[in-house]
Design a protein around this ligand. Structure first.
Ligand code: CO
Length: 209
């Protein structure tokens, strides 16, 4: 069977098996979703947030892009964030990076990747911000791993810099922000940092409401 047709066939089997396990599964999800989580992850095919967290359809709202970035001019990300926070009222927003991320690796090099340069430039800013710490790591893989972590941390900070998160923190003391890194080698998620309404970014980023 052609691989593309296999997907359709797999889907039929999945739908039948799911309905067999829970005859109400599709009826319950047909008219509304109430996910508790927003997942901001890398587009990398090896890091599917729902599968590796054992969650089911209806539980995670998802935004994925190259290197799990939170860029303040990205209308796509901002729309997803606003809808998740203000309409779905998710309790948790997770930024999940992963070791050996191709987008992060591209940022460490001086190679020209065309249009992707513009995306990856935001990771180069993370390198510049943390240059001293990164250059002190002599082992190249170690430096790469640390940059993946620092990039996740900066993207969590970027969430906290948005008026969407700041307004929600003021109005409903939520959501919680989480920065995680997934290990391709182990399948294990390593939590790096959490932020709540009691935390603050640099005061210059704080809006008056
Ligand atoms: Co990646």
């Amino acid at each position: 069977m052609e691989p593309i047709n296999r997907l359709i066939e797999n889907n039929k089997q999945w739908a039948a098996a799911t309905r067999e396990r829970n005859p109400r599964f599709f009826d319950d999800l047909e008219h509304e979703q109430k996910p508790e989580f927003l997942w901001i992850g890398c587009s990398d095919s090896r890091v599917p947030g729902d599968i590796l967290t054992g969650t089911h359809p209806g539980q995670i709202f998802v935004q994925r892009n190259i290197a799990n970035m939170v860029i303040h001019t990205d209308l796509n990300l901002l729309s997803v964030l606003e809808y998740a926070v203000n309409n779905l009222k998710v309790e948790h927003v997770i930024v999940c990076g992963h070791y050996n991320c191709g987008g992060v690796k591209a940022a460490m090099s001086n190679q020209n990747f065309g249009i992707i340069n513009k995306w990856v430039r935001n990771i180069k800013d993370v390198i510049r911000l943390h240059r001293d710490e990164l250059e002190a790591i002599t082992d190249e893989q170690g430096r790469f791993d640390r940059l993946v972590e620092l990039n996740v941390q900066e993207q969590v900070f970027n969430l906290a810099k948005t008026s969407i998160i700041q307004q929600a923190w003021k109005n409903r003391q939520g959501p919680h922000l989480h920065g995680w890194v997934y290990g391709l080698k182990t399948g294990i998620i390593k939590p790096l940092l959490d932020m709540t309404h009691e935390d603050h970014v640099d005061p210059i980023y704080e809006f008056e409401f």
